[in-house]
Design a protein around this ligand. Structure first.
Ligand code: FUB
Ligand code: ZN
Length: 679
């Protein structure tokens, strides 16, 4: 049984098409716009259909309070208030001018979860127009704008207004770490940007501008107030607001408020640089330290390890990386490398999970990787966003290896195959671990929506001379490279099969470099720091137009430079076959245990297929078979083999992808790591 040691609930599209692809610089990678990628993939497309038709509506309905009670926390909340928690009702109360009424539905960050869901939904709309969804979102946006309109400064955080209006931003004895004023504001701005990019509509963006202007006015070096976000994330978003207006100055006139985009960059940098600066206790410019929990014990550029609340830490890390990309500040670049190296080299779980410790939902110490770890879905997603940003900064395939690990494992496990039940914790061993319909702290479903809707952008990338194939997902990506329109068309059976074809479509022959990521696991480098080890032999092959070519690798990518003409095809073969993964000797918590993976997918053993699994051992050189079962769990590769139980009896085992565990009844007992036979 999973237990939370400390329950956290203390409760004109065409114009946009190429427009963000203009400032290419060598060796910083740019992702594509959502409108320039179309996914058509046997693994992802059916899932995307479920997320677009079930999950996004499910999350919005549940945020409206339409959820089944299947947990003690949602039950207790309903008993306390007499109703289910409706996030939109909070906005309506504020719009009616209510304040200080001691009543607010859901956690203080409920507004933020609405905005995050709107961001995810906006990205869905950018790829898959859906008039019904857009109408629904427009109606929510009207209610949000109405709530902001009652405040002359444009302030908006329903929790603070309804329960402690004198403590905006955590000032006057409040605590932003709890109130989430700045976090919620950041998520609002993010939603405004994404909704504009998807639909061209500016209402939510204008709300975002007013709120950002207000934050810029009240937060900053003295004589302003010493305020940092009580939860990382807003740093990256204010930077995005700055970038949006830099790219589209014509938008400023539509905001109904002044736009000085430089202020948003200043604010983002202030929120990074002010961490660790608690002010002189005798001055008015002071605040309580949020400690390492909120990455605030010491200045960011002095932080050499990734610490504290794992969602806060990974979102801050992503924000510092994005700011480093913009400013090229060497101190930021050094810091984010330190964060990433520590996270991936010493604290990451085999499924891409992050945050070992339930208490405070924190990163644990180095090499502390217990099977029962907490591993919040949001933390893994935060680390995925961070890794993607690192790849944009450093152009090194190892970052996308770790993005991919998250995507195929700890991200997908967070949502049921039916698309309407969710995991908060994703431990590597569990009994009676069930996805829930709704949670007292339902932060993970909106994060899942944000990541799955953004993911197509990261399949390809480009700089001024090169295109990058980062992920193996059937798709078409349109790239403007050095003045030429290039389309890359990918077909693949990945992750179940190892062969991918990438067709180049270009009007005229053009010389450029195509960088194709070669995953570390395919070359016996399970982890760049040897935190995990595996050996799948040699099976990577690369062909151009049917002819094998030498693997010329630079920083995790096979590079192919030639004059490309329409119809040229690159064929990549990766050894997607079962492999045994072991762990670095420094990891005492899973000493003597091994796990199974194939391609990017980590496998687990569910008691339904493996009665008595708790007594199994595994032999490192066991012979394993891998077969696709279309009728099982919406179609998965299953790994089978023979081993012995602790009594020495021969037993057959069946392993299924980690992400698919817990989708069948009645079994929800599973484990990933197995004691190695003889160890
Ligand atoms: O604080 C908002 C969200 O609630 C965090 O990101 C989650 O970890 C949960 O604590
Ligand atoms: Zn979460």
């Amino acid at each position: 049984m999973i237990s939370l040691k400390k329950p956290l609930i203390v409760l004109a599209l065409g114009q946009l098409f190429f427009s963000v692809q203009s400032s290419a610089q060598e060796h910083t990678i740019h992702p594509l716009t959502l409108q320039s990628v179309k996914v058509n993939d046997s693994f992802w497309s059916p899932k995307i259909r479920v997320w677009n038709t079930v999950t996004v509506y499910d999350v919005l309905d549940k945020l409206e309070g339409k959820y089944e009670i299947d947990r003690p926390d949602t039950k207790a909340e309903k008993e306390r208030t007499g109703h289910t928690s409706d996030a939109f009702h909070n906005f309506d109360l504020v719009a009616q001018g209510k304040t200080n009424i001691g009543q607010h539905d859901g956690p203080p960050w409920y507004d933020g979860l609405v905005y995050e869901t709107i961001r995810g939904a906006a990205d869905i709309l950018a790829e898959y127009p859906d008039a019904k969804l857009e109408k629904k979102l427009d109606a929510y946006i009207d209610r949000i704008a109405a709530a902001q309109a009652v405040d002359p400064d444009g302030y908006l955080n329903t929790y603070t207004t309804l329960t402690r209006p004198k403590q905006r931003w955590g000032l006057n004895g409040g605590q932003d770490r709890w109130q989430h004023d700045v976090y919620n504001a950041g998520m609002l701005v993010d939603a405004g940007i994404h909704y504009y990019r998807a639909t061209g509509k500016t209402k939510l963006l204008s709300v975002s501008v007013k709120l950002s202007n207000y934050m810029y006015k009240v937060m900053g070096p003295a004589p302003k107030n010493n305020v940092i976000p009580g939860h990382g994330g807003p740093e990256e978003i204010e930077l995005r607001l700055y970038q949006l207006f830099k790219q589209h100055p014509e938008l400023k006139a539509k905001m109904g408020a002044p736009v000085h985009e430089q202020n948003y960059l200043t604010l983002a940098k202030y929120w990074i640089d002010d961490r660790g600066n608690h002010g002189n206790p005798d001055s008015t410019y002071k605040r309580a330290s949020d400690g390492s929990y909120n990455q605030d014990a010491i200045p960011v550029t002095q932080q050499t390890t990734i610490e504290g609340h794992a969602v806060r830490a990974t979102l801050l890390a992503s924000g510092v990386t994005a700011t480093a990309l913009e400013t090229k500040d060497p101190a930021y670049i050094k810091t984010v490398n330190n964060y990433w190296n520590n996270m991936i080299g010493k604290r990451m779980f085999i499924t891409g999970g992050e945050g070992a410790i339930a208490d405070d939902e924190r990163f644990g110490p180095d090499y502390f990787l217990p099977e029962h770890a907490y591993l919040e879905t949001c933390a893994s997603i935060g680390s995925g966003f961070f890794s993607e940003q690192m790849n944009e900064l450093e152009a090194d395939g190892k970052y996308m290896d770790e993005f991919e690990r998250v995507a195929y494992n700890n991200l997908l496990s967070g949502v049921s195959l039916s698309g309407d039940h969710y995991f908060y914790e994703n431990p590597l061993i569990a009994t009676d671990h069930n996805r829930w319909a709704w949670h007292g702290c339902p932060c993970c479903p909106p994060m899942i929506l944000k990541m799955v809707s953004a993911l197509p952008q990261y399949i390809y990338g480009y700089d001024d001379k090169r295109v990058y194939v980062n992920l193996f997902i059937g798709s078409e990506g349109k790239i403007k490279l050095d003045g030429s329109d290039i389309t890359l068309k990918q077909t693949t059976g990945y992750p179940w099969k190892g062969t991918t074809h990438i067709e180049v479509i270009t009007e005229k022959p053009k010389t450029f470099t195509m960088n194709v990521r070669i995953p570390g696991w395919a070359e016996n480098k399970e982890n760049p720091f040897d935190l995990y080890k595996s050996n799948v032999g040699s099976g990577v092959k690369l062909k151009v137009n049917g002819k094998e070519i030498a693997l010329n690798q630079v920083k995790g990518y096979a590079t192919i430079t030639r004059s490309w003409k329409k119809g040229d095809v690159v064929e990549l073969t990766l050894p997607v076959q079962p492999r045994i993964v072991s762990v670095n000797d420094q990891v005492k918590t899973i000493k003597g245990k091994i796990a199974i993976a194939a391609g990017p997918i980590v496998y687990g053993f569910e008691s339904l297929d493996n009665p008595g699994v708790q007594d199994y051992t595994l032999t490192a050189n066991t012979v394993m078979a891998i077969n696709y079962k279309p009728e099982l769990l919406n179609g998965v590769n299953v790994i089978t083999g023979e081993t012995t139980d602790k009594a020495g009896q021969q037993v057959k085992f069946t392993a299924i992808p980690f992400y698919s565990l817990g989708n069948r009844k009645p079994s929800t007992t599973y484990q990933v790591w197995m004691p190695e036979n003889g160890k």
